[in-house]
Every structure is written in structure tokens, then in C-alpha cells.
Design a binder for this molecule. Structure first.
Ligand SMILES: Nc1ncnc2c1ncn2[C@@H]1O[C@H](COP(=O)(O)OP(=O)(O)OP(=O)(O)O)[C@@H](O)[C@H]1O
Ligand SMILES: [Mg+2]
Length: 258
């Protein structure tokens, strides 16, 4: 059996987080993430979803006094050690936040910012990357005639898709999304969800935090439920929603809290 097991793209073993050096905001979490799989992280506000998501690309390091314990394995290598170059790691593990975060630059420069910083200079390569990334984020048709215009002139939904294109321009193999649709209208949400399904079909490993159970059901094949800093239950999304094992998950799904 073990010979057939594929090494997960990402895996956490005993991953913990504390923000104040004493109290644990996240109790040990063991989870693994496969290539081409989409995992939804759900649970009531304050349960630790974003805290856990930020562990996966070492984003908690940007928060003063925040400590992350345990192992975070990326292709089998523990990256939760001080000598890891986060700039390099985040090339492969991209992140999209709740509020769109476009740079005060043109649409083109937003998408090409990171590839240029990482040394891509060939104009043909950059042009191809620009179009492919915007197409994959389902926004090419809307912006192709105004690539030099400011990204800030786009609507919120367009800005979010631009941010996804910016992430895809680095050709990541993991994309982390923290409530990417919570500020979007239903049509933009539909586009983003379609992009998420396309990313997974392309083999990207997707992890998405969402408060929307229908969204979790539409985009994910697996769901993990967090509650008060613990990862309580994880399993195939359909099974989890149809027959939750833990009573706290059942209460959450039936709207008794959260
Ligand atoms: N930067 C921080 N400094 C101190 N405590 C924090 C910080 N970020 C989060 N926390 C605490 O960690 C716990 C988990 O917060 P987190 O933001 O991960 O929850 P969440 O599940 O993402 O909630 P929401 O659904 O509201 O986004 C909370 O008690 C929160 O107050
Ligand atoms: Mg959050």
C-alpha cells in the first residue's frame, strides 16, 4: 500500500500557532493536500481558518510575535525552518485574500510584477504569460483592450480576478484563497468559482476558506471543519455535509451557530 502513496504537495504535521507566545490559537493540525485537489476550510468566525491557511505559505511570519510550530512539508521538505526563502516559496504557493489587493499600477504591470521581479525579461514570454494568466482568471475579454489602464479603475469583482491572474502568472502549484468571493456579486463569484475548478483541473492544489457552504460544495472535493482552534473533522465534501460525524459540525451545518 505505502508504495502506491503519492507524496502530497503539502502536508502539515502537528502544526500549531500562537500569537502571543503563550496561548495556542491553533492546536496541532495534521492535514495533507494533493495535486489537483480542492480543499475547503470551514468553521465559525475566529476558529482559526485564516491562521491555518497562512501557515501553508509561511505568511504568519509577517505577523510580529506569531509562532508556528510543527512540520509544514512542501513536496516532502519541511519548510517551517528559518533558512527557507519565503520569497521563493511564495512563487509556488500563491495566495488570494478576501479584499482584492491590486497594486497601484496598470493591469499589465499587476500581472507581470512578480515574474519580472523573479527575472523574466523576454517580451514574448511576458506577453504570453500576461494573456494566459488573464484568460485563466476569466478576465481577458474584459481587459484586453485596456491593459495599460490602472487596475484600480476595475470593479471589485474584476480586481479579484486580476489578483488571481497575478497569482497564476507565477505558475504556482498551490493556490490559497481566503474567502475570495465574500466581497463579490453573484456573477463575479460564479467566474471565480469556475476559475478555481479550472485551476484544480490543471493540477493545481487549491485550498479555499469559505463561509458559504454552497460554495464549498460547488468547488471542493474535500472539506475540513475547524472549531475553536482545532481541526475537528475532514473528509470528502459530499460525505461531510450529508453525514457529519462530529456533533459540532452538524450544529454548524444546520445553522445552530456560526
Ligand atoms: N494577527 C493576530 N494577532 C493576534 N491574534 C490573532 C491574529 N489573527 C488572528 N488572531 C486570533 O486567532 C484566532 C483565529 O483567528 P482567524 O483569523 O484565524 O479565524 P478565522 O476562522 O479565519 O475567522 P473569520 O471567519 O472571522 O475570518 C482568533 O481568536 C483571532 O482573534
Ligand atoms: Mg479568516
Amino acid at each position: 500500500m505505502s508504495d502506491d502513496r503519492v507524496t502530497p504537495v503539502l502536508e502539515t504535521r502537528g502544526c500549531t500557532v500562537s500569537y502571543d507566545l503563550t496561548h495556542e490559537a491553533l492546536h496541532p493540525v495534521d492535514l495533507s493536500f494533493e495535486q489537483g485537489g480542492t480543499t475547503a476550510l470551514i468553521g465559525p468566525s475566529g476558529c482559526g481558518k485564516s491562521t491555518f491557511l497562512r501557515c501553508l505559505n509561511l505568511m504568519n511570519r509577517e505577523i510580529p510575535r506569531c509562532r508556528v510550530g510543527g512540520d509544514i512539508l512542501y513536496h516532502g521538505e519541511n519548510v517551517n525552518s528559518t533558512d527557507v526563502d519565503t520569497f521563493e516559496l511564495r512563487k509556488s504557493i500563491g495566495m488570494v485574500f478576501q479584499q482584492p489587493t491590486p497594486f497601484r499600477k496598470s493591469i499589465r504591470e499587476n500581472v507581470l510584477f512578480a515574474p519580472k521581479r523573479h527575472g523574466v525579461t523576454d517580451k514574448a514570454v511576458l506577453d504570453e504569460l500576461l494573456e494566459t494568466s488573464l484568460r485563466r482568471a476569466a478576465i481577458w475579454d474584459e481587459v484586453k483592450d485596456k491593459l495599460s489602464r490602472s487596475a484600480l479603475a476595475l470593479s471589485g469583482g474584476q480586481q479579484q480576478r486580476l489578483c488571481i491572474a497575478r497569482t497564476l502568472a507565477m505558475r504556482p502549484d498551490v493556490v490559497l484563497l481566503d474567502e475570495p468571493c465574500s466581497a463579490l456579486d453573484p456573477i463575479s463569484t460564479f467566474s471565480v468559482e469556475e476559475t478555481i475548478r479550472d485551476m484544480a483541473a490543471d493540477g493545481i492544489c487549491v485550498v479555499i476558506v469559505t463561509h458559504n457552504m454552497e460554495q464549498a460544495a460547488r468547488v471542493s472535493d474535500r472539506t475540513a471543519f475547524f472549531y475553536m482552534g482545532q481541526m475537528v473533522e475532514c473528509g470528502p465534501t459530499e460525505r461531510l455535509f450529508a453525514s457529519p460525524a462530529d456533533s459540532r459540525l452538524e450544529d454548524y451545518l444546520t445553522g445552530r451557530f456560526g
